[in-house]
Design a protein around this ligand. Structure first.
Ligand SMILES: Nc1nc2c([nH]c(=O)n2[C@H]2C[C@H](O)[C@@H](COP(=O)(O)OP(=O)(O)OP(=O)(O)O)O2)c(=O)[nH]1
Ligand SMILES: [Mg+2]
Length: 158
């Protein structure tokens, strides 16, 4: 039923917004001993949850290039041995909106073990810290939480 105030489509009306698309992100397990680097997000999706450094895959970029770039942009850290680990497909709702994230997980180690993470994008993150794998902070960002709950371990097998 058309209500009195409903806009009727006309030939010059604004086109409807495009349908939502999956987002391709890269999350990086920066490993140091038994610890991983995490920071509390200050942006949606995942506001206030602990996530890995990472970001959107840019056009033409390899997963490993994206991983090293995002870690550098967000923490100032230089990483090496970037290795693909796994991919997850997460569909969940956040604040009544459906979110679809395809996340490529990469691991890496520091070029210089003494280098400290800096919070280079404070509008996006509260700050970076190392967390023992067996004592991860809560709440974790949904894609990381699902991965950890599945029993996944990002550390190389000795
Ligand atoms: N940072 C981060 N993003 C993740 C993880 N898992 C996961 O699905 N993502 C998804 C969520 C985001 O929609 C997407 C991009 O990450 P982001 O929200 O940190 O993006 P960003 O602002 O740093 O990226 P950019 O636009 O600067 O490239 O990747 C994770 O563990 N860490
Ligand atoms: Mg990010």
């Amino acid at each position: 039923m058309i209500m009195e105030n409903d806009a009727l489509p006309t030939s010059n009306s604004v086109p409807p917004p495009p349908p939502p698309m999956p987002v391709v992100g890269v999350g990086v397990f920066v490993l140091k001993g038994d610890r991983v680097l995490l920071g509390r997000r200050r942006v949606s999706v995942g506001y206030n949850t602990f996530a890995l450094p990472g970001g959107h895959l840019e056009f033409g970029e390899s997963f490993e290039e994206c991983a090293a770039r995002e870690v550098k942009e967000e923490t100032g850290l230089d990483v090496r041995k970037t290795e693909y680990l796994t991919v997850t497909n997460n569909v969940f709702s956040e604040r009544a909106k459906l979110v679809h994230l395809v996340c490529i997980f990469i691991r890496a180690v520091l070029v210089d073990d003494n280098q400290q993470p800096q919070n280079l994008e404070p509008e996006k993150c509260d700050g970076w810290d190392w967390y023992d794998w067996n004592h991860l902070p809560k709440p974790l960002f949904e894609p990381v939480e699902v991965l950890v709950r599945s029993g996944f371990n990002p550390f190389p097998v000795n």
